[in-house]
Design a protein around this ligand. Structure first.
Ligand code: GLU
Length: 487
């Protein structure tokens, strides 16, 4: 992308809720572009809308980026020479520039009331013309201004949009032109003195030396307004950031991804046990590809290969099944050490374990049994619970399956065989049970082993049976079998 200055890319969310899939896709591309070019990744919090942004959401945004491994070079907690990086701490800067724009005649005070503005919009709707401010207060006389003030009206600051057009080259879309007929004079500062997004974002991108703005397509239409602010600031053309608007992320139903057609909050994925590298891997390929059809990509490969030229211009479709599959792959690729580290919090949160050394040692022995079969970490507690329960209870639905006579025989026979075992491991257990139940009694393995599985693990779904029995230990297995027999 063209800019002769050292690359600086920013991610600038307005945390009015938890960051969602779309935000993170943007953050990931911003980060990847900065890392690919050896540039700077700047993180800025756009929190001027104090009615919607909360401290909690700001902290959550910071934590989410950290959790994903998208470390920033300038921004909250890290600092930098262009701070502060929370817009709420930069209000005086915006106020100064707004005053300058007023002094220059680029902006003016507008005294129209919300009701009057609504009436204008209503007329525009009726006349079927583009909605927007009609320029009512553009050229007020001092008498008119005095009259408005006398009425106790409070003014907003509005930017004057000259007639004509704005054209800029979007790195993904090519040349984009906006006719100012559709970009009416816009508000920079509210009546209460608080700045609007368009003012703050434009000023900060310039003052912080941002060279590249990669962001969602929903912000495309605010670009001509931001360019108008640059002009009023007197920024040289070569110091404008380069824009690249990323394609929308759509749900399976082809509508823009939202709460309605897909789970969007990253916090939700985290709670479900998605790994950050799975989320990044999946989102990296949502609207971008390295030029082949690979589905697996590491963060390192992403930073090596990421270029804006390979970002698609058409919308990408979010596919939860694909994300799940990638998560399963990433879980299987973890070392036992890492898999343990990731899974322990889930087991503790579900109260399967408290986290003692003894429990962790057993978890480590059990995890290889489930690593191949789970796609999300939150499946682990239900699968491993049987190893740790003090008050063992058999799932009621499962009991129904073992209460017939065949099951009784199976359990009695197993009890006898297992009691006689002198060496207790999955091989000896399996050999003894197969010889007795399958070969001698002629039972189908599914029937024989389901009864045992229910009796020893309490459920029809468990890690592999013989390995589970080995870990559970001989005493516990026999106690559970005799308890099942007593049912
Ligand atoms: N703060 C804006 C938002 O979250 C995005 C700013 C930008 O990327 O220009 O919608």
């Amino acid at each position: 992308m063209t800019s002769t200055r050292p690359v600086k890319v920013r991610f600038a969310p307005s945390p009015t809720g938890d960051l969602h899939v779309g935000n993170i896709r943007t953050a990931l591309f911003d980060w990847a572009y900065a890392r690919h070019t050896g540039g700077t990744f700047l993180f800025r919090i756009e929190d001027t809308d104090t009615t919607r942004v909360t401290d909690e959401y700001i902290q959550a945004a910071i934590d989410t980026l950290k959790w994903l491994g998208l470390q920033w070079d300038e921004g909250p907690e890290v600092g930098g020479s262009n701070g502060p990086y929370l817009q709420s701490q930069r209000l005086d800067i915006y106020a100064e520039w707004a005053q300058k724009f007023l002094n220059q005649g680029d902006a003016y005070h507008c005294y129209c009331s919300p009701d009057e503005l609504e009436a204008v919009r209503e007329e525009q709707r009726k006349a079927n013309v583009a909605p927007g401010y009609n320029g009512h207060c553009r050229d007020l006389t001092s008498d008119q201004i005095a009259a408005f003030k006398a009425q106790g009206r409070e003014a907003v600051v509005r930017m004057r949009m000259p007639d004509g057009t704005t054209t800029f080259t979007d790195e993904i879309r090519g040349d984009v032109t906006f006719d100012h007929k559709f970009v009416p004079d816009f508000v920079l500062v509210r009546a209460d003195g608080s700045p609007l997004y368009t003012l703050a974002v434009a000023i900060d991108d310039i003052l912080m030396g941002v060279t590249h703005v990669l962001r969602g397509e929903d912000l495309l239409s605010s670009t001509p307004r931001q360019i108008r602010v640059y002009q009023a600031m007197g920024v040289k053309l070569e110091d404008y950031p380069v824009f690249a608007h990323l394609p929308f992320v759509m749900g399976q139903d082809n509508a823009k991804l939202s709460k309605r057609n897909g789970e969007v909050s990253i916090a939700w994925y985290r709670e479900q046990g998605y790994l950050p590298e799975a989320i990044c891997n999946y989102l990296a390929l949502l609207g971008w590809s390295p030029g082949d059809d690979r589905e697996n990509i590491s963060m390192k490969e992403l930073t090596e290969l990421f270029t804006v030229e390979k970002v698609h211009s058409s919308p990408a479709r979010f596919d939860m099944k694909k994300l799940e599959a990638i998560n399963g792959d990433k879980i299987r690729a973890l070392s036992l050490e890492d898999f343990t580290t990731w899974t322990l919090p889930f087991l503790i949160k579900a109260k399967v374990i408290t986290g003692t050394e003894e429990e962790i040692a057993l978890v480590k022995q059990a995890l290889p049994l489930i690593q191949e079969r789970i796609v999300k970490l939150d499946e682990a507690p239900a699968l491993l619970n049987f190893l740790f329960v003090k008050q063992f209870a058999v799932d009621a639905d499962a009991v129904a399956k073992i209460s017939d006579d065949a099951a009784k025989d199976i359990l009695k026979r197993s009890e006898k065989e297992l009691t006689a075992l002198s060496v207790w491991n999955h091989e000896t257990i399996e050999a003894a049970l197969r010889a007795s139940l399958i070969e001698e009694l002629g039972l189908k393995p599914r029937i024989a082993f389901t009864a045992l599985r229910i009796a020893t693990t309490g459920s029809t779904i468990s890690p592999p049976l013989f390995e589970s029995m080995e870990l559970l230990g001989k005493d516990a297995c026999l106690t559970r079998i005799s308890a099942a027999l007593a049912l």
